[in-house]
Each structure stands twice: as C-alpha cells, then as structure tokens.
Design a protein around this ligand. Sequence first.
Ligand SMILES: *[C@@H]1O[C@H](CO)[C@@H](O)[C@H](O)[C@H]1NC(C)=O
Ligand SMILES: *[C@@H]1O[C@H](CO)[C@@H](O)[C@H](O)[C@H]1NC(C)=O
Ligand SMILES: *[C@@H]1O[C@H](CO)[C@@H](O)[C@H](O)[C@H]1NC(C)=O
Length: 185
Amino acid sequence: MKKEHVMLMLCTIVIAIPLVQSVSEGPKAVQTWFKQELPLKKQKVTNLHFYFHDALAGQGRTAYPVFQSNISFTSITGFGLGFMFDNPMTVGPDPLSRRIGRGQGIAGAAALEKPGFLMNLNFIFTQGRFNGSTLQILGTNPIQNQFREMSVVGGTGVFRLAQGIATYRNETSSTIEYDIVVLHY
Ligand SMILES: *[C@@H]1O[C@H](CO)[C@@H](O)[C@H](O)[C@H]1NC(C)=O
Ligand SMILES: *[C@@H]1O[C@H](CO)[C@@H](O)[C@H](O)[C@H]1NC(C)=O
Ligand SMILES: *[C@@H]1O[C@H](CO)[C@@H](O)[C@H](O)[C@H]1NC(C)=O
C-alpha cells in the first residue's frame, strides 16, 4: 500500500508532468476504466492534509445562509439554519498559502439538543495529480468536539470508488484543519 501526501505531490508536479494521472472522462472511458483498468489496480491509501477557510463575513466572504426553519432564531441550537459555502482549501493555515482546491457544500443545523450540523460537501482539487478529482463527504459536525469525523462516501477522477474518513478540527474560528485517509485505486 502506498502512502501519498498532497504537499509532496504538489512538489513533484513541476518536474513530473507525466506522473499526473489524467483520468479520461466520458461514458466510454468510464466503462473502459471499470472493465480493463480496475481489475489490474490495487487498492491504495492516500493521506491528505490541508486547511479549509470558512469566511462568514467581510471581504472575500465564502459562506452564506440559504435556509432556515421557523425555530432557527429561538432554539438553542439554531435548528434548521443552513449555509452554503465555497471555501478555499490551502496547504497551510494561512488563507494566502497555496490553494489546492475548494470545498463546496451545505451545512445545516440538524440537532435539537446540542449544536450539531449535517454536512454535505465536495472537495474539488485543482492542483497536482489530484487536479480535476473530487471527494464526496457526508457526516455530522458536533461543533463542540475538538476532533470530528465524517465519511468519504465516494470520489471521482483518481478517487473513483473512494472510501475513507475525514477528521477535522478548528485551527481558528474560521480555519479548519482536515486530515483525510482515503482508500482508492
Ligand atoms: C412554525 O410552523 C408551524 C407549522 O408550519 C406552525 O404551526 C407554528 O405556529 C410556526 N411557529 C412559529 C413560531 O412561527
Ligand atoms: C488543472 O486541470 C485543468 C483542466 O484540465 C487545467 O486547465 C489546469 O491547467 C490544471 N491546473 C494545474 C495546476 O495543473
Ligand atoms: C469551528 O469552525 C466552525 C466553522 O467555521 C465555526 O462555526 C465554529 O464556531 C468554530 N468553533 C470554534 C470552537 O471555534
């Protein structure tokens, strides 16, 4: 099993364009991938580490409320309040550090008793060998916990048929550190 790292890959793209595993798109290419390539592939583990910037105010804002329930502003958990976001992913905690993609999705307050969000998002990679590939994330976000965990329920591109676990913690109130371990082919 091979372990890889986003930052490592980012360093190699400059000198190693052929390493970029471009995955052919289109229905025929996907059929070929399943029939001819997949049987020859071994499952591998890739570790990803990056930061995610959730800007709910100010210039460069990336998240906005999109729905609410009629108890969103009276319940202790904000139940039913939902946000849609398109947040940059960077290699470091500094929002100006190198961008590797965007995390786009929805977070909705789904818990009545303790604050907790239903999370549904896509990590869309735009750099290195993962450029053009995506991961689909589904899970809960009990925001009072230091470490939280969500499922990687799938992927596209080099992450076709991916499964994995995303753990994350707040670095600051608007910066989240993500560690993803993903099985893919
Ligand atoms: C919330 O909606 C329900 C049904 O849609 C209604 O019965 C209730 O009166 C509403 N509550 C408030 C505070 O508006
Ligand atoms: C990522 O892929 C897109 C579309 O294939 C391409 O236009 C772009 O140049 C690539 N970016 C990098 C940094 O490889
Ligand atoms: C963690 O980050 C989320 C998302 O930006 C934010 O809503 C929450 O308030 C933060 N929690 C803490 C303890 O900073």
